[in-house]
Design a protein around this ligand. Structure first.
Ligand code: SF4
Length: 62
């Protein structure tokens, strides 16, 4: 599964745009990661989101 470092995340929504089934922002502009991050078919877009996050706030959790 993927995890976010909330100390780094600035809620700019880049990952939401790249993987909308996995990431979302709530009304308080906090990042939400859905259970869809565990689906193998989403691994590719999660990789893109991890690479595309301008704050390097996302990573795969071992
Ligand atoms: S792309 Fe990175 S900084 Fe932007 S909302 Fe997602 S985790 Fe946060």
């Amino acid at each position: 599964m993927v995890e976010v470092d909330f100390d780094l995340c600035e809620a700019n929504g880049v990952c939401v745009g790249l993987a909308p089934d996995v990431f979302d922002l709530n009304d308080d502009d906090e990042l939400i990661i859905s259970d869809a991050d565990r689906l193998p078919e989403n691994a590719g877009v999660i990789d893109e989101a991890i690479a595309g996050c301008p704050r390097a706030a996302l990573r795969w959790k071992a």
